[in-house]
Design a protein around this ligand. Structure first.
Ligand SMILES: *Cc1c(COP(=O)(O)O)cnc(C)c1O
Length: 429
């Protein structure tokens, strides 16, 4: 924690000097670009070189981050046709895009097929729809390579967080393996274009054992398919789901360790004839960024110390609605960006409620958090804010979307401008 505190306190001091943070620009996201790229490097080094690593756009769709990722060799995991369009616009070659939405329309599928994008079908009806589209347009499969996988739900149960688990018995995603194994196998007879299997067990809160068990179940299916139709399955997409540690006690699950464990549990995954795809999101960008907010007001109400800030459900939807699952660490810095002083006797830490700007009582980011006493003009830093924060932005009360900066050797790069009042009018018009 010491090291993290020093690092970010220096970044904030630099931002204050440059006027990036001030009374009139009281909030921002800041990504530490070197940290970000170090994490990515660890991923690329851990897996065999020909693995296709896709970046799950829904974790952080900011252009500056994505175009950097694509230039480092990432492909894109897209959860909607909108994300497919973003990925292409930000420089991802269509051949490295994986299209994963559970609700694709015919129009979405046509666009993706035309670009030769890899599609993971969610269910049997979608395979049928693809077949129909290809029959309608028989020129298409001559023009581009048609590559389709099937998402399989290994039905191995939930992780620690129900809402981000996708492999329970009744999950809405994929084809339930335990009930439909025979039908899945028949699909490989029925659909010539089917060439891959996809599994994604869930996000944050899935243990390594759970992730591995899910992949193992799908690889067992692959082994069975190999006996029936040798060489037919060309691609295994093992999904994402590696957690980030929000408590800061460890460095987060290491890619190298994950690969070494997978090597033991599912060695077939690294069979050199297979194209392996990964789809990490959170683990790629959560820890390299902070959200900063000025303390605007403090008040005492009954026995509670309330600290009003810009940290609310607009940027932190999940932490505000499910606080027990998403407990971000908070730093308090003074007006100059120095770590806020406290001592045991004269000026002890006190329990404070960190609340946001939205007009509902539930807009509380942290309740009774033990922190140095906050004063107006101090800076609150929310650690590990790089994934599933801004990307889940809520428009409630029309707070303006904050600016996003990249930080690299004393320099700030504006990655996304703060929303203007005119932008807001445009959105609601
Ligand atoms: C969200 C999602 C991911 C990324 O999950 P992380 O937990 O961020 O790694 C990957 N694949 C699919 C299909 C997803 O829905």
């Amino acid at each position: 924690m010491e090291e993290t505190t020093t690092l970010w306190s220096q970044v904030i001091q630099c931002a204050l000097k440059k006027g990036i943070l001030s009374e009139t620009t009281p909030k921002a996201f800041i990504y530490h670009l070197e940290q970000l790229q170090n994490t990515w490097k660890q991923l690329f080094e851990a897996f065999p070189p020909k693995t296709l690593h896709t970046f799950a756009l829904k974790a952080c769709p900011v252009k500056g981050i994505l175009s950097l990722a694509f230039s480092c060799g990432f492909g894109a995991e897209c959860a909607s046709i909108g994300e497919v369009y973003l990925a292409k616009s930000f420089g991802c070659p269509p051949g490295k895009i994986v299209f994963d939405s559970p609700v694709k329309t015919s129009e979405d599928l046509k666009l993706a097929l035309n670009d030769g994008i890899y599609i993971n079908a969610d269910n049997f009806q979608e395979l049928e729809k693809i077949q129909h589209l290809l029959r309608q347009n028989d020129e298409l499969s001559k023009k581009v390579e048609v590559r389709v996988g099937l998402r399989v739900n290994p039905q191995i149960g939930s992780g620690l967080i129900q809402e981000t688990s996708t492999a329970s018995a009744h999950s809405k995603f994929g084809v339930p393996l335990k009930e439909k194994r025979e039908e899945i196998i028949e699909c490989f007879e029925k659909y010539w274009f089917l060439q891959g299997l996809h599994v994604h067990v869930g996000s944050q809160g899935c243990t390594w054992e759970l992730l591995e068990q899910g992949i193992r179940a799908v690889v067992d299916l692959f082994v069975q398919l190999e006996q029936l139709f040798p060489g037919r399955v060309k691609t295994i997409d093992m999904g994402g789901g590696l957690s980030a540690d929000y408590d800061g006690l460890s460095q987060g699950a290491s890619f190298a360790e994950y690969v070494s464990r997978l090597g033991k549990v599912v060695p077939e995954l690294f069979d050199s004839s297979l194209q392996l795809i990964t789809e990490f999101g959170r683990r790629l960008c959560a820890k390299a960024a902070i959200f900063v907010s000025r303390v605007e007001y403090t008040k005492q109400v009954g026995d509670r110390n309330i600290v009003s800030s810009h940290i609310g459900a607009d940027n932190f939807l999940r932490p505000v609605y499910l606080p027990k699952n998403w407990k971000h660490r908070i730093l308090v810095l003074d007006k100059q960006g120095e770590e806020k002083k406290w001592d045991r006797y004269e000026n002890p830490m006190i329990e404070q409620d960190i609340v946001g700007p939205l007009c509902f009582s539930g807009d509380v980011f942290a309740t009774g958090r033990l922190l140095p006493r906050c004063e107006v003009g101090d800076w609150l830093v929310v650690l590990d804010s790089g994934a599933y924060t801004l990307s889940m932005y809520s428009r409630h009360t029309s707070q303006r979307v904050p600016a996003v900066y990249g930080f690299h050797v004393q320099l700030f790069q504006l990655l996304k401008k703060e929303e203007s009042l005119e932008d807001l009018v445009k959105f609601w018009s």
